[in-house]
Design a protein around this ligand. Structure first.
Ligand code: AMP
Length: 396
């Protein structure tokens, strides 16, 4: 796979797929510019070569045109982060966008309107991809967060740029980091996987059993495993259809000699609310009428110990319903444990919107080795799947 460093963009128009799916407040102001900042090295390389950059991204999940999700709102933030003039095209493709790209001075940036205003984007429509392709000489993909989607701008478009397509710095570093984690990590390797459901993470859990020494399962998904072990789980989130799957994963861990850790205690609540009554109960005996919404103090300690003894740690998914303060402590403890391990020389990688948000909330994002901008994309790579966005760059 070629990267932007393999090209000289002098006199060229780069058509760059970025992931500027940033959070906006009610006034349309960008509240966290991290994703813009992470695309900066790629864009500056193009401009510094003497090229110009036409940027395309999605924002949110619009159904057709939706003023609130117009990318015009983020132009000031992009300008501020990049430090160069940023023009905006209210059309995504077609004559208006083509003229804007042609008139764009070298050294400057054009941002196209939200790709998902056109329903053909998500369908991976080749006609739409061809229209977009008319906006640049070289295609660059730096949107790791959507690399697992076979959309028009993330994968299909690449076929119109034979020999003229490249990965951006961010996409390349995300890919290299995860590959390194899967193939040449220093042991012991520990993965902490949390979040709501087992059903969305089975593939990852199964593949990780070939990679890690310790697999720690937290979050809502842990209760399906506790049920598989025959423990009463009260009103906790359990996916009954996946109890058998959980049992198989427990078996495979045993066969592979992997230490699989489940919570030993949980913060149980009498209802799903921030002001619920709570009590700490053993994970193997959650009383009727109570639901586990976070890991308990003994589990937090146990995780910190294992993380501390690891040379490589991967974390994806919260340990509890961290959006509610009383159930955030487990997630915070994991964030802290990773920061501590990093300080002691471990290589630590965090992905997934919730885990990254937790790191940021507690000021720890700079204290781990690598923060991935991809949740779903990272999980699919960890499953061992080839991502459509990356495959498209590798093809001739
Ligand atoms: P996911 O999208 O699968 O990564 O799951 C993230 C969501 O899982 C967050 O919104 C958490 O509130 C939720 N979650 C974590 N732990 C629990 C739990 N014990 N019970 C219910 N939901 C949970």
């Amino acid at each position: 796979m070629k990267t932007v460093d393999d090209f000289n963009f002098k006199g060229k128009t780069a058509l760059v797929r970025v992931d500027f799916n940033v959070p906006l407040d009610e006034n349309g102001i960008v509240t966290d510019p991290t994703r813009i900042r992470r695309a900066k090295p790629t864009i500056l390389k193009i401009l510094n070569d003497g090229g110009k950059a036409v940027l395309m991204s999605h924002l949110g999940r619009p159904k057709g045109r939706d003023e609130k999700l117009s990318l015009k709102h983020i132009v000031p933030a992009v300008e501020k982060e990049l430090g160069v003039p940023v023009h905006f095209s209210p059309e995504i493709s077609g004559p208006v966008a083509e003229k804007a790209a042609k008139d764009l001075p070298f050294g400057q940036v054009l941002l196209l309107e939200n790709l998902r205003f056109d329903p053909r984007e998500k369908k991976g429509d080749p006609g739409f991809a061809r229209e977009l392709a008319r906006l640049g000489d070289i295609y660059v993909n730096d949107a790791f967060g959507t690399a697992h989607r076979a959309h028009a701008s993330t994968a299909v478009i690449a076929r119109y740029f034979p020999g003229r397509k490249a990965a951006g710095h961010l996409l390349a570093s995300e890919t290299n980091t995860i590959q390194k984690l899967l193939t040449e990590a220093r042991h012991p390797v520990t993965a902490i996987i949390g979040g709501a459901k087992v059903s969305s993470k089975i593939g990852v859990l199964e593949n990780l059993l070939n990679v890690v020494d310790n697999l720690i399962i937290v979050g809502g998904m842990a209760f399906t495993f506790l049920k598989a072990l025959g423990y009463p789980t009260g009103n906790s989130l359990v996916e009954d259809d996946y109890v058998e799957t959980a049992r198989n994963i427990l078996e495979k861990a045993k066969t592979n000699n992997i230490r699989l850790l489940l919570p030993v205690d949980v913060v149980a609540a009498d209802r799903f609310a921030p002001d619920a009554q709570t009590r700490i109960v053993p994970a193997d005996n959650i009383p009727d009428g109570w639901m586990g919404l976070d890991i308990g103090p003994k589990t937090r300690e146990q995780i910190a110990r294992v993380v501390n003894q690891s040379k490589t740690v991967l974390w994806n998914g919260p340990a509890g319903v961290f959006e509610m303060e009383p159930f955030a402590e487990g997630t915070v403890a994991i964030a802290r444990a990773l920061a501590e391990a990093t300080k002691n020389g471990a290589f630590t990688v965090v992905g997934g919107g919730d885990s990254v948000a937790a790191l940021e909330k507690y000021g720890l994002a700079g204290k781990v080795s690598y923060v991935s901008t991809g949740g779903g994309a990272m999980l699919e790579m960890l499953e061992g799947k080839e991502l459509p966005g990356i495959k498209a760059l590798e093809e001739e």
